[in-house]
Design a protein around this ligand. Structure first.
Ligand code: SF4
Ligand code: SF4
Length: 428
């Protein structure tokens, strides 16, 4: 078979990056397509990874750098795949690449252009905890460290005469003549590694979310604690410089809506419990749980250590009877105990472990690639019961959380399996 030696990888999280580097080392040319302006995926959102509490940025940064410097890997940020035709070994791919309006070579990432921009909007990447400008990088230390201009928000790109960012840039890096492009490339195989999101469509008002201060989803809490987060890891109560003295983590919030165990929330809640103690050693920590999921043999130790030294584990009998209220400046978590009787915990902060869900845009991508999704909206695999990485279309593989929630280790193992299958296909 006359096959292309190129591979398309969609998504630049830990799975996409791992697969890209392995394929490059095997002599393949990789097109790494990422819809966001930065690479690294959700892994760069966490300060430390469990169970060893390794610094995530220290882990991921060298991988990001290697990707950006690898001549076999063409990184296409703010890009989406809009067409796939052909057959395994010889696919034709159409990629829509949005204009960045900043010259990637000239820009030194000095950040002088952001403060002068008059436009402010919610920073979705930072879970809307802070605002960002129309010219922005999503977070400190983003790679590539080159901002992007939001076409819909920028005054100049919408007929205004604003020139403030251009005047602030000493390196002439801003280029308003940049245009969106459609690229056409040929590849032998495709790997989908679009990662996950956390559920945004769950009604959390019973838990006080959106109504009371200091109630966060787990991803918000992750960003509040992260050194590269909007508060540089300085965990404080809203509008104060006071660290929380008591934090309750409520497990399995929204699990009945998602219809499955997200398999990572217990472990990251234990990690978050550690974060609280690291920020304030005498803080009281509570893990309010119904089930505990420890999907790896190494996790039991972390769980037992958290239970022994870090957090009070309290069983609730019914998630539907949990409510969070405010009384005299305290948050009150009311829950049914193991006998079904109502009990309370007072806290300064409450964290809700909401479900992991398929990444935004996966439905549209599946249509473009002509691959099937499972009943939860993740990419269906040929034999999902035994963990296959083959999708319903021959030559298109799946890795990481686009196939279902999983931890970093499992996502990387799956990425390695896609690489083996890809090489096997291209060598036929
Ligand atoms: S030209 Fe656009 S991006 Fe630049 S400062 Fe003005 S509004 Fe902001
Ligand atoms: S565009 Fe110019 S001002 Fe903005 S980060 Fe790049 S070099 Fe600095």
């Amino acid at each position: 078979m006359n096959t292309s030696n190129n591979v398309l990888i969609i998504g630049s999280g830990i799975s996409g990056m791992e697969a890209s580097l392995m394929l490059s080392k095997a002599g393949k040319k990789v097109y790494l397509v990422e819809r966001l302006p930065l690479i690294g995926g959700n892994t760069i959102k966490s300060g430390e990874s469990y169970p060893n509490m390794d610094c995530s940025t220290c882990l991921v940064s060298p991988i990001q750098q290697e990707i950006l410097q690898d001549e076999n890997i063409e990184v296409l940020t703010i890009s989406t795949v809009v067409g796939l035709s052909g057959k395994p070994g010889n696919f034709q791919v159409k990629i829509h690449k949005k204009a960045r309006y900043i010259d990637m070579v000239e820009c030194l990432g000095c950040g002088m252009c952001y403060p002068v921009c008059p436009i402010e909007t919610d920073n979705n990447w930072e879970e809307n905890l802070v605002k960002m400008k129309a010219v922005y990088v999503p977070c400190a230390g983003a790679l590539p460290n080159v901002p992007v201009i939001d076409k819909d928000l920028c005054l100049r790109l919408n007929g205004g005469d604003c020139n403030l960012c251009v005047e602030a840039c000493m390196f002439d890096a801003i280029d308003f003549s940049d245009k969106d492009k459609t690229l056409e490339v040929e590849v032998g195989a495709v790997i989908v590694a679009t990662g996950y999101d956390t559920a945004k469509n769950i009604n959390l008002s019973r838990f006080g979310y959106g109504k009371l201060d200091n109630i966060h989803t787990s991803m918000e809490f992750e960003r509040l604690c992260a050194p590269n987060g909007p508060y540089e890891g300085n965990l404080v109560l809203k509008n104060t410089d006071k660290k929380p003295s008591s934090v309750v983590f409520i497990h399995c919030v929204g699990r009945e809506t998602s219809g499955y165990c997200s398999s990572v929330c217990c472990m990251y809640s234990f990690k978050h419990a550690h974060f609280v103690k690291l920020k304030k050693s005498d803080a009281k920590v509570y893990n309010l749980y119904h089930d505990i999921c420890l999907p790896d043999k190494s996790y039991q130790k972390f769980y037992l250590e958290t239970k022994k030294n870090i957090s009070n584990f309290i069983f609730y009998s019914n998630i539907n009877q949990i409510e969070v209220k405010e009384d005299n400046g305290n948050l009150i978590v009311q829950y049914p105990d193991n006998k079904g009787e109502s009990a309370i915990i007072k806290a300064d902060m409450v964290v809700l472990t909401v479900p992991v869900v398929p990444s935004n845009g996966l439905v549209e991508l599946a249509e473009v690639l002509d691959i099937e999704l499972d009943r939860f909206g993740y990419i269906a695999t040929e034999t999902s019961q035994i963990g296959s990485i083959k999708t319903s279309r021959h030559g298109v593989f799946v890795a990481g959380c686009s196939e279902g929630p999983k931890d970093i280790q499992s996502a990387v193992i799956q990425a390695e399996a896609t690489v083996a299958n890809t090489i096997s296909l291209l060598n036929q």
